[in-house]
Write a new protein. Structure first.
Length: 111
């Protein structure tokens, strides 16, 4: 009888660990998908407004990006800093642009 109890405890612990691992993995995948979707939204908008011939500036502020993409400024700052094709202006504070449009790609190290 005691062996059956310990077997049940071990099986229950293993099942709980597997369930916890699956929940953690699903959470991480969900956050990755949200980050990807919001980064794409920022990049698409930034590319659209800076690549037109009428555009006077190739840079947009964090506040402008946040306003048009309906995301918080901190979120925009974080996603822009991690995006491989979005670069930060070295002259003006909190201004973002597309590598290759706003700044030469060779200067950024982006290939």
């Amino acid at each position: 009888m005691p062996d059956e109890v310990w077997t049940g405890v071990i099986v229950g612990a293993a099942g709980g660990a597997v369930a916890g691992l699956v929940l953690w993995l699903v959470g991480r995948l969900n956050q990755y998908e949200i980050d990807w979707r919001e980064s794409r939204r920022i990049y698409t908008w930034l590319d659209k407004v800076t690549s037109t011939s009428e555009s006077t500036s190739k840079w947009r502020s964090t506040r402008a990006i946040a306003s048009y993409t309906n995301l918080p400024e901190d979120r925009v700052r974080d996603l822009c800093s991690r995006h491989s094709r979005i670069v930060l202006s070295t002259k003006e504070k909190e201004m973002w642009g597309i590598a290759g449009l706003a700044r030469d790609e060779n200067a950024t190290g982006v290939v």
